[in-house]
Design a protein around this ligand. Structure first.
Ligand code: PEP
Length: 255
């Protein structure tokens, strides 16, 4: 069961969207909207594409309510890894979170569980909180393998990062719910979150501090019910994070 003191996290995953002008108006609109909401009772982050981290870092400077996240981090420290971005580089832009193991990276870039674990380790080593994504495909769910899949994915991360596992954020993102408009029901999501919490508890006495957030077509209409579940500690929001009124509604539901 979730500890009541846990502070929810609402993180936007912009994916490969945005441009300088769009980002600027989104952040302006977001900050204005937040200034009109009650004092934040949750942590808020935006995970932007790497080329815009400098812009976002400057815009969010002196705005502690919204923190900056990256969408990936290299498993390597430095060197001949063309196109990759290291944890130290993210640190330069005051990046607080890095998504690792998003299903789109597992699927399109063949990222293995071991690679995801190594990325989480690099992030932690740089003081960046990895948002570790786990989740089953529709075929895996229909075959009754949901629990086995998410536990295998999380086990790899625990194996490498056991000593500091309470520092991570876990995102349960059923692949069939990402960008599809199909959301896990609050009961389906809670059931998986409880399994993940139990797995974390076996690895750390601080498992009740680990935020396990849900991702997969979370929106203004379904956020409240999902976030009311005892083991759902926030959301990783794709599409709806690009529409400020929707993102603000999700944040309000998390408070
Ligand atoms: C995501 O990309 O992490 C995500 C949850 O996307 P969406 O909210 O669009 O389903």
């Amino acid at each position: 069961m979730n500890a009541p003191k846990i502070k929810k996290l609402v993180a936007g995953n912009w994916k490969m969207n945005g441009n300088m002008q769009f980002n600027q108006s989104l952040i302006n609109e977001l900050m204005y909207g937040l200034s009109r909401q009650a004092q934040s009772g949750c942590d808020i982050a935006v995970c932007a594409p790497s080329p815009y981290l400098l812009q976002l870092s400057a815009m969010l400077h002196g705005q502690p309510e919204v923190t900056l996240g990256a969408q990936d981090v290299s498993a390597h420290e430095s060197g001949a890894y063309t196109g990759e971005v290291s944890a130290a580089m993210l640190q330069d832009f005051r990046v607080r979170y890095a998504i690792v193991g998003h299903s789109e990276r597992r699927q399109y870039h063949a990222e293995s569980d071991a690679a995801v674990a190594a990325k989480a380790q690099r992030a932690l080593g740089a003081g960046i909180t990895p948002i570790v994504c786990v989740g089953e495909t529709l075929a895996e769910r229909e075959a009754g393998h949901t629990e086995e899949v998410v536990k295998r994915q999380l086990a790899a991360v625990i194996h490498v990062n056991g000593h500091c596992i309470s520092e991570i954020v876990v995102a349960y993102e059923p692949v069939w719910a990402i960008g599809t408009g199909k959301t896990a029901t609050p009961e389906q999501a809670q059931a998986v979150h409880a399994v993940l919490r139990q797995q974390l508890s076996a690895a750390s006495e601080h498992a009740d501090r680990v935020r396990i957030v849900y991702g997969g077509s979370m929106n203004a209409a379904n956020a409240k019910d999902l976030l009311a579940q005892p083991d759902i500690d926030g959301g990783l929001i794709g599409g709806a994070s690009l529409k400020v009124p929707d993102f603000l509604s999700i944040i309000a539901a998390a408070r």
